[in-house]
Design a protein around this ligand. Structure first.
Ligand SMILES: [Zn+2]
Length: 429
């Protein structure tokens, strides 16, 4: 009954703004949107004829937002380079499964920072496939010998053959004019944001986090171009200090990882209103010394320790944080909300602050705060319904069994505990 208003009541509502939950709260869903949210006793006249659904005292949060995902990468199922031996159609069909799992585990918006093209976003938006609302960077840009240089022996472009989909713009750039062209190519291909890599990486074999992987003048050019095309957010992979410094000074929107942040750069990020996306899930992955080359193992151990030791200082300094997980790199898809517990345990956030980082603040970083990220009139009805009390047990949100239902744009994506019945239409009939 898609033309019927639905009043979800007997709920504890966490609105995404960081405020204390509203007990005995209710949400009036009207088609894809929320018409009203508040204490049931204050429900407006429009609620009178609505179909009522008793949520049994469960907690309702805004649908969560993961600002750093790679749906084109296999996570713990294997190494990204496996894709070189697979047809692009087969790789695309594997993405469908990852999108569905991620949505069903509580993520209703996800930003893919290298891999997916705009066709995936379109198919999700048209409800041809189930998945979180997508924002895509399509490519990740760096100079040659930077983090986006995945050249394989024999001069084979590893990203093009194993990760990117046919027709996607290239990712290597070595001059200011070249950067302007690359960003324009991405805009023309429908990118929602620009992803740069200004330092080397932890898991990549041929570059190091300490290296500067993109000259400051190219970062500034990318930021200027992104600004000229509607103010697209610029997200920068930066782990070591030189890369972080270049990104921060260059005026980017977010530093992804940011492990080597120090007080000087933290203060500058606060002044500039730049976000940190700590991607802690990646750092708690156990490295297997028997299956990892010794140099890579040492690099991983060292940088994961730095990441875990620095994040609390960055958060305490007042740097704004948005939740991102790097899901697909080594972490499997659908574990996104495990990051919340890490933001609390390692980052020193309160559970409510962690939830805000994964809802309202993530929406602000991505430029979608006018449609999602908070539970209030006019926003999409993107909801996570759980029997957990995230304020006393934030880790429970990382367990899919505790995610009793997920609603996206007023439609049921999954209803594990049968709380919604047939009240809302299915996401993908
Ligand atoms: Zn990443």
């Amino acid at each position: 009954m898609s033309d019927e208003r639905v009043l979800l009541h007997h709920a504890r509502v966490i609105d995404g703004h960081g405020r204390e939950p509203v007990d005995d709260g209710a949400l009036l869903v009207d088609g894809p949107s929320l018409l009203w949210v508040g204490p049931l006793a204050e429900a407006p006249d429009e609620a009178a004829g609505a179909r009522r659904v008793d949520l049994g005292g469960r907690v309702v949060c805004p649908g969560f937002i993961d600002v750093h995902v790679h749906f084109a990468l296999p996570g713990e199922e294997g190494n990204p380079i496996m894709g070189a031996g697979e047809l692009p159609t087969y790789r695309a069909l594997k993405v469908l499964e990852r999108l569905r799992t991620t949505l069903e585990n509580g993520v209703t918006t996800a930003r893919d920072l290298m891999g997916l093209d705009a066709g995936f976003r379109q198919a999700v938006a048209e409800r041809r496939i189930a998945g979180p609302r997508l924002l895509v960077s399509i490519a990740m840009l760096s100079q040659h010998a930077g983090h986006a240089d995945f050249t394989l022996p024999g001069h084979i472009d590893g990203l093009a053959v194993a990760v990117a989909f046919p027709g996607s713009p290239g990712n290597l750039v070595d001059s200011v004019d070249g950067m302007r062209l690359r960003v324009r190519e991405l805009v023309a291909a429908g990118a929602d944001c620009v992803k740069l890599a200004s330092s080397g990486g932890v898991t990549s074999p041929h570059d190091r986090p300490e290296w500067l992987g993109l000259r400051p003048e190219m970062i500034r050019a990318a930021v200027e171009e992104a600004e000229a095309y509607g103010g697209l957010p610029v997200a920068v992979h930066a782990i070591g200090r030189p890369g972080i410094e270049a990104a921060v000074h260059g005026g980017v929107s977010s530093v992804e990882h940011g492990y080597a942040l120090d007080d000087e750069l933290r203060a500058e990020m606060v002044d500039r209103g730049q976000f940190l996306v700590p991607t802690l899930l990646e750092t708690v992955k156990d490295l297997d010394p028997t299956r990892t080359p010794p140099a890579a193992y040492a690099k991983g151990v060292r940088w994961h320790r730095i990441a875990q030791e620095s994040v609390a200082g960055s958060i305490a300094a007042g740097v704004r944080v948005a939740m991102g997980t790097d899901s697909g790199l080594t972490a499997g898809h659908g574990n996104n909300l495990k990051e919340l517990e890490l933001l609390v345990r390692l980052g020193g956030m309160t559970p409510l602050e962690a939830i805000t980082a994964a809802t309202r603040d993530a929406a602000e970083l991505c430029g979608v705060a006018d449609v999602t990220g908070t539970l209030e009139a006019g926003r999409y009805a993107d909801l996570v319904i759980t029997d957990a009390d995230p304020l006393t047990d934030i880790g429970a949100l990382g367990d899919p069994r505790r995610i009793h239902a997920v609603v996206k744009e007023g439609r049921t994506a999954i209803d594990r505990a049968g709380v919604l019945g047939e009240a809302l239409p299915p996401l993908c009939p």
